[in-house]
Design a protein around this ligand. Structure first.
Ligand code: 15L
Length: 268
């Protein structure tokens, strides 16, 4: 795995990962709609995911893709449809035409956000998206499965919790992902010889986890960072937040309560 392309390089995750990835993949190519700070001409290509030709150009000569590009939170249907539905299709289709061998698709916990926090789920459950954004992640996972089965691309859909140096609140104590552990998952997706069509959770060593991530462990994932080491900070931050009966019940938090119009009895 020599030539790796990372889409969404100017975003939060992209910015954190760039220096870590560059030490492993010196030929790393970055893409986004705007140039990340400090990116040189040779290491960056402008690619709007909604423009197939730009995406195809970015995929030229690439062995593996880390697809972090797209709209990273809930948005209007227009925003989600263009960046995450059409954009994701363009990315997979461009990768196929250019002979890319591996793709990591940045899925999200919001693909399964309407599972209650009282449930413990594996990666093979029926999707329960909590937003238009979550629906786009379910779409991306399905597209990844299609391109893996039909075209032989090794695809990993990573249902990312929340990436950062610390868990930010009570919910994030269950879904936190440290960048070092994310890097491990990226390397498995790009390099493990047995990757076909995999779904993993992007989570660190979280004692309060709601997820069975044994699929990732079977591929050698060994997270190093413990959410409980930051418990006091996360709980103090949580204490500043208003109560949210719907969001506090479901795994997806505020993505579930936003625009919620079912009746209270429907919370189960
Ligand atoms: C996500 O999928 C988002 O990209 C990120 O901004 C956070 O909202 C995260 O989920 C989360 O659930 O904390």
């Amino acid at each position: 795995m020599k030539r790796v392309l990372m889409t969404g390089a100017a975003g939060g995750i992209g910015t954190m990962l760039t220096p870590m990835l560059r030490s492993i993949y010196p030929e790393l190519l970055l893409s986004d709609i705007r140039r990340p700070q400090g990116a040189s001409d040779s290491s960056f290509v402008t690619a709007d995911l909604t423009k197939f030709d730009e995406v195809a150009k970015a995929c030229d000569g690439i062995d593996g893709i880390l697809h972090f590009g797209g709209h990273s939170i809930e948005g209007t249907w227009d925003q989600i449809r263009t960046a995450n539905i059409e954009g994701c299709y363009n990315l997979f289709e461009a990768a196929r035409t250019k002979g890319v061998k591996r793709i990591l698709f940045a899925s999200s916990n919001h693909a399964i956000g309407f599972y209650p926090r009282t449930t413990h789920i594996g990666t093979n459950v029926t999707p329960r998206p909590d937003s238009r954004y979550g629906v786009s992640k379910v779409f991306g996972e399905a597209l990844g499965a299609l391109y893996a089965e039909k075209h032989g691309i090794g695809v990993t859909s990573l249902r990312i919790g929340n990436v950062g140096l610390k868990p930010l609140d009570h919910r994030r104590l269950s879904i936190w992902l440290h960048p070092d552990d994310l890097l491990q998952l990226c390397r498995i997706a790009l390099e493990h010889p047995d990757i076909r069509n995999e779904v993993f959770y992007g989570a660190s060593l979280n004692e309060r986890t709601w997820w069975d991530n044994s699929a990732a462990y079977r591929f050698g994932y060994r997270p190093k960072h413990r959410a409980e080491d930051h418990r006091d900070y996360a709980l103090a931050e949580q204490a500043k937040l208003p109560a949210d009966p719907v969001g506090d019940f479901y795994q997806g938090g505020t993505f579930c309560s936003a625009e919620y119009s079912a009746s209270a009895e429907d919370v189960w």
